[in-house]
Design a protein around this ligand. Structure first.
Ligand SMILES: O=C(O)[C@H](O)[C@@H](O)[C@H](O)[C@H](O)COP(=O)(O)O
Length: 272
């Protein structure tokens, strides 16, 4: 069987598993069910929560994130969350902004940022400010990753100072995934991709430039993101599901594969 067929068969098996998961019990782990049925796992797979549509997904994931934030506040008096930009999280941000918790104890930041001011439509800070930091979440603190400087290299010292005010590890991290398999600003062909994914790198943030990134970026490194107390990957669409299955292959060189292969506890939220 060719590689494409193997991937398609794997997507189908996982889809069937997800349907069972959805119907039976949202806390069950389809990959474990599959293993019990004697089918071989290609690589360790994170639990995948499948939903009928983006609204259902956003409601469930927002409740889950809010629970993580409440638990952190109960345990340590404060909570930190790093979210992704792009299109996918818009509904999630809206749902999350209505969650009831002590937002004055929550610090919100981004996993990565495009190097543009928040007056620019491409700004992830602008997205968070307009969709998440309102309603109940208006009381949260926000730590932006953009500083007024011509380049990320020129502004990174300021950003590092700001990050120093946050307590790491993050309590909650929500990643997205681009159609080229990037996550955060870990782009294929990124000029500092190796450093950003290097488990021994002690830098918390790095500049990044890549052919498909649009503008220069700044990104938290993978080591920082993987240390989060809870880590979620939020993806929507059939294409991204196929890409996810490709990334789960042990020989995948897609940047998201580094997350899938190295995360100790990751949960995937998906809808068609
Ligand atoms: O600034 C960014 O671009 C993001 O943080 C990025 O990592 C995002 O999560 C993916 O590109 C998915 O973006 P979409 O949801 O728009 O597909």
């Amino acid at each position: 069987m060719g590689r494409q067929w193997r991937i398609a068969a794997s997507v189908y098996r996982r889809y069937v598993g997800a349907q069972r998961f959805r119907r039976i019990d949202r806390t069950r782990r389809p990959h474990l069910e599959r293993r019990q049925r004697g089918q071989q796992r290609v690589t360790a797979q994170a639990p995948l929560h499948a939903f009928d549509d983006g609204q259902a997904l956003a409601t469930a994931l927002a409740a889950r994130l809010a629970e993580g934030l409440r638990n952190a506040i109960d345990a340590r008096g404060e909570a930190t969350i790093a979210v992704s930009g792009g299109n996918t999280p818009k509904r999630l941000f809206d749902r999350l902004s209505h969650e009831v918790l002590d937002w004055s104890r929550v610090t919100v930041t981004l996993v990565d940022e495009r190097w543009v001011p928040d007056t620019d439509e491409r700004s992830n800070a602008r997205l968070v400010e307009s969709l998440l930091l309102r309603h109940n979440a208006a009381d949260a603190q926000f730590v932006p990753l953009y500083a007024e400087a011509a380049t990320p290299e020129a502004g990174i010292a300021q950003v590092r100072t700001r990050i120093g005010t946050m307590k790491l590890p993050f309590d909650v991290v929500v990643l997205g995934m681009g159609p080229d398999g990037h996550t955060a600003s870990f782009f294929p062909g990124g000029d500092r991709l190796g450093e950003a994914l290097d488990p021994t790198n002690t830098a918390e943030v790095l500049p990044m430039r890549a052919p498909n990134a649009g503008e220069p970026r700044i990104t938290f490194t993978l080591s920082v993101l993987l240390k989060a107390r809870s880590l979620y990957l939020h993806i929507e669409g059939a294409d991204k599901r196929v890409l996810l299955e490709q990334a789960e292959q042990p020989d995948s060189s897609l940047p998201i594969a580094s997350v899938l292969h190295r995360a100790r506890q990751l949960e995937i939220y998906w809808c068609p």
